[in-house]
Design a protein around this ligand. Structure first.
Ligand SMILES: [Zn+2]
Ligand SMILES: [Zn+2]
Length: 306
């Protein structure tokens, strides 16, 4: 019995200890859980607050980074002329595309070749020039299959205009320009931007601006000019001026004229204008050649290069 009592008391005391322990654990667990929860609330609030401020900074940083890229002077979008090794002009009539070898040859070398070469061979690869539009289209098709971005871009233009035997098809044009742009031909992004101003597709000015920016970053001077116009319309004179200065340095005469106008309107300083003029003249110093001058004097519409 003694054993039983002691066993019972042991049982009681064991139960009591277990109960106390269980109660303690439950209490500790509850306190711990509440503490954890309240801490986690604070933490999550802190994190939310923190992440909010990080997000704001991130947006600012993203905008700054985007502006850094947008307002960086782009490299010339094309290589030097492969014949005279002088920088190719940014004005489109300042070079000619050859669908035989896919080379862009400057107006001066093209003109000299046309004048001297009665057999009508390519100025670069000496392939006979295509006879008629259809042969040229056939060659461009072959170049496009080789991922030549200018051939792909030109095919896109044929679809946009429904010319040279192509049906008018804007979605096909856009698809080809996307491909040409991704292959490095920035002018194609400008055409996409123009299209989003309602030329063939539904107006979407945000998308238009996005593609103008991509084109300008890639060195397309027409897109740079378009961005300048847009910023000036919105009253962002600083940003407009930045675009025009890059345009002038890249050889775009129209951008220079805009800076001159801003100066005469009191929207730009004399220093801004003289800086743009100096940059444009430096560009001219790089692209000018007697051969190109001779071509432009012969036919200013066909061979104009600045
Ligand atoms: Zn040349
Ligand atoms: Zn060629």
């Amino acid at each position: 019995m003694g054993i039983s009592i002691s066993y019972l008391s042991e049982l009681i005391s064991y139960d009591t200890v277990v109960s106390i322990l269980v109660a303690a654990i439950v209490l500790l667990f509850s306190v711990g859980w509440f503490t954890l929860k309240s801490n986690s609330n604070i933490t999550s609030k802190t994190v939310n607050h923190h992440s909010h401020s990080v997000c704001d900074n991130k947006n600012n940083n993203d905008n700054d980074e985007q502006d850094d890229i947008l307002f960086r002077q782009p490299p010339p979008p094309t290589e030097d002329c492969p014949i005279c090794f002088i920088r190719l002009p940014s004005l489109l009539t300042g070079s000619k595309y050859y669908s035989c070898c896919g080379k862009l040859i400057c107006s001066g070398c093209s003109f000299a070749n046309a004048k001297m070469n009665t057999e009508k061979l390519c100025a670069f690869c000496r392939t006979p020039m295509p006879v008629g539009t259809m042969e040229m289209i056939e060659r461009e098709k072959k170049r496009a299959e080789l991922d030549d971005p200018i051939a792909i871009y030109n095919t896109g233009c044929n679809y946009r205009d429904g010319r040279n035997g192509f049906p008018q098809d804007y979605s096909k044009a856009l698809e080809l320009w996307h491909r040409a742009a991704e292959l490095g031909y920035a002018n194609a992004y400008n055409n996409i931007g123009v299209a989003y101003y309602g030329r063939g597709v539904k107006v979407d000015k945000k998308k238009a601006a996005h593609y103008y920016e991509l084109a300008a970053i890639g060195g397309c001077v027409a897109a740079r000019y378009n961005l300048g116009i847009g910023e000036r319309k919105r009253g962002n004179l600083d940003r407009a001026l930045k675009h025009y200065i890059i345009g002038a340095k890249s050889g775009q005469n129209e951008s220079l004229k805009k800076i001159q106008k801003m100066y005469s309107d009191g929207d730009a300083t004399k220093e801004d204008y003289t800086k743009a003029l100096r940059l444009y003249q430096e560009y001219l110093g790089e692209i000018k050649s007697p051969q190109r001058d001779e071509a432009a004097a012969f036919d200013s519409e066909k061979y104009r290069y600045y």
